[in-house]
Design a protein. Sequence first.
Length: 513
Amino acid sequence: MISMYTKQEIIIRKYREGESQRQISRDLGISRKTVKKYLSEYEELLQEGKGQHKAMETCLTRKPVYRQERGRSKRRLTQEVEELIDGLLEENRKKLLGGLHKQVLKKRDILEAVLRSGYQIGYTTVCNYIREKEGQGKGSKEIYIRQEYKPGESCEFDWGEVRLVIAGESVRSYMCVFTSAYSNYRYADLNMREDTLSFEQDHVDFFTHAGGSWKEMLYDNTRVVVSRFVGRKEKEPTESLLRLRGHYHFTHRFCNARRGNEKGHVERSVEYIRRKVFGVRNSFETFEQAREYLKEVVGRLNKVPQQLTGKTAEEMFTREKEYLWPAPAAMLCRESREFRVDTYSTISYATNRYSVPERLNGKFVTADIYRNKLELFYEDKVVAVHERSYARHHWVINIEHYLETFRRKPGALKRSVALARSSYLKELYEKFFSDTPREFIELLHYCHQHQVRGELLEESVARLLDRNPANITGDMITVLLGNRRHKESLCFPHQGETADRSRQQLQQISRLL
């Protein structure tokens, strides 16, 4: 049965490696007619006018359709049977620890328990499986064979958990590590989640950083790369991995379960980088600061000479770059979902709430979810952009989304979550506008209408505090903001302004200065 990634292997070998159909058929152990079929399908897409990258992506991600085979017998030692036997062996272990060695189940007893559960299996099969399980725990020394790799041939990927202290709070993060098998060049980054979006974005960032992709990527059996297990050995890749394969033209390989040594480099790389980087320092003010620190230290580690070659990983990687497959335009990593705006004018995603303009209450909006941000659309227009929160039950609020409601209900401003989420605006309100909320709301309207940046507002208030710390009003801030905004843009007041308004502004500016 031809799998989807075998189909990908055929096309990549033909158009990247330049191999003949006969050689591909011989190496992969499949019919030459099958090889010809999939290559013809790809060439037809090219003849239809699709570009090379579009045709490659369409052909590589299209799942083959097969006729359902009948009469195929199932394996007796299924995953359910293995789990049942494992449970009985675990009970034996607990009995031994409790001193009940005379009450442990023999292999014949385990066979009878499996048969009573309705499974048909032989005694020899049970004995072989138990012998294999018991042999894994005896700690027998295994011989490893050192491998030699060509430039651009193989790259390894893995995750590793890292505990950090961010702004005084303990945070669990996940470090991704890429290691080139040839040069031992390492690349690492931090994520807040070990999910599909982080997996895709890490690959995009790495291939962009490297300037190309390797011939083969090696993974362990994490849920972001393995969709499901087919039998005891075969694994089906996820759609995310297939998208990356099709876009960056690489093949993949999974190591066996609990065999991290098969990756060669990256299992040690996770432990090595985690110790070298965060064993010295693990406390940071922001998560971005931790990411920058990680990249800085990994950059220094890549400049350390290696024992075997006497060259640094960076020097060897410079040579290896010539053998990489040129990276195309960066793949877009996002998830699109539709949400209905609730009565709080928010949408709920991953236990957190994100605000949208109040006019969209009760309507459906589309969210493009990235690793670090959310973009919200209504009728194909961007209505809100928020930094993605990885906290739980957190409200991400933009106070500008509620200005019309605050105009009608100024008393709701004082204890609103919208005000509390902005520490500077809350402090400004409590110091100078707690008795005049309408004046504060009009100031926010002015800033929103004229797109006044937060830095300019803070700078203007600080300037007023230097000259008149006891008395600050919304009109004074508005006048100073308007004056500075016109100076920055080299614009003059419209000729339609009345003389009284101009005179009033000049008098206020004179008092300020």
